[in-house]
Ligand binder design. Structure first.
Ligand SMILES: *[C@@H]1O[C@H](CO)[C@@H](O)[C@H](O)[C@H]1NC(C)=O
Length: 266
């Protein structure tokens, strides 16, 4: 059985290797890596929930249309009031570049099962209440062609608001970490993730000097022919931590869900 951690306590994560766990915002954001130059990943969004009279960052996501955001199902499978901040860099400083949108509808993949993240389908789409204005700080993330598979060791970055070391201080600023992809054959071998990893997932990291994971729901940005495409949605990591050797961060493989994305949006 796989551990569902969004609502469980901090103590729970030290248990149970090799069960995967989510990239819970408070526990495990980008470790290693560096602060991104402001608005250099202009499709990155901050997903926030209302508690009391304030909103709190909980997950990352990708702006894929002016009024659509793609994130992980496990980020939004509880009933909350959500908002999306686009054009964000420092969560606690207003730069004037931010666009704040409420979420009018949440579409979770119908096959998502919150008790079985290893089954896959960790994808959701959020319809925004109004369209974002595209400019040099806010752009749409490009999706890969349906079915496209990255070769081993493709050039990818994970992005998210995160810690500079495990348990270290949380960065207010968006971070990026180089995280080369690992092909399915390697990632599903027994000394890596084994059968936990499905063909509908993408692995990245897990090497000797790997960077680390970002927020759940956030993008794995991979360069193909000189352009970045969002190939993954951050889904889960090893309970030993995100930079455990041969336990790369696991992402929903976006190219496996293009038909579902298109039929939900159009
Ligand atoms: C893929 O890359 C990883 C990390 O560099 C390496 O350990 C693995 O052997 C490679 N797999 C194949 C099939 O070449």
């Amino acid at each position: 059985m796989l551990r569902f951690l969004v609502l469980t306590s901090l103590a729970a994560i030290v248990l149970a290797e090799p069960q995967p766990r989510y990239l819970e915002d408070r526990l495990e954001r980008v470790v290693g890596g560096e602060v991104a130059s402001p608005n250099s990943w202009p499709w990155q969004i901050s997903l926030q929930y209302l508690s009391g009279s304030s909103y709190y960052h909980t997950c990352g996501g990708t702006l894929i249309e002016k009024d659509w955001v793609m994130t992980a199902a496990h980020c939004v499978d509880s009933t909350r009031t959500w908002r999306v901040v686009i054009g964000e860099h420092d969560l606690y400083t207003n730069s004037g570049r931010e666009q704040i949108k409420s979420v009018s509808q949440v579409y979770i993949h119908p096959k998502w099962n919150r008790y079985s993240v290893a089954s896959g389908y960790d994808i959701a789409l959020l319809k925004l209440s109004s369209e974002a204005t595209l400019n040099s700080y806010v752009q749409l993330g490009a999706l890969p062609p349906s079915g496209q598979i990255l070769p081993n060791n493709s050039y990818c970055y994970i992005t998210g608001w995160g810690r500079t070391s495990t348990g270290g201080p949380i960065s207010d600023e968006l971070k990026q970490a180089y995280l080369p992809s690992v092909d399915h054959q390697t990632c599903s071998s027994s000394s890596w993730w084994g059968s936990t990893v499905k063909t509908t997932m993408v692995c990245a990291g897990g090497g000797e000097d790997s960077g680390c994971n970002g927020d759940s729901g956030g993008p794995l940005n991979c360069q193909v022919n000189g352009k970045y495409y969002v190939h993954g949605i951050a889904s889960f990591v090893s309970s030993y931590g995100c930079n455990t050797i041969r336990k790369p961060t696991v992402f929903t493989r976006v190219s496996a869900y293009i038909d579902w994305i298109d039929s939900t949006m159009y």
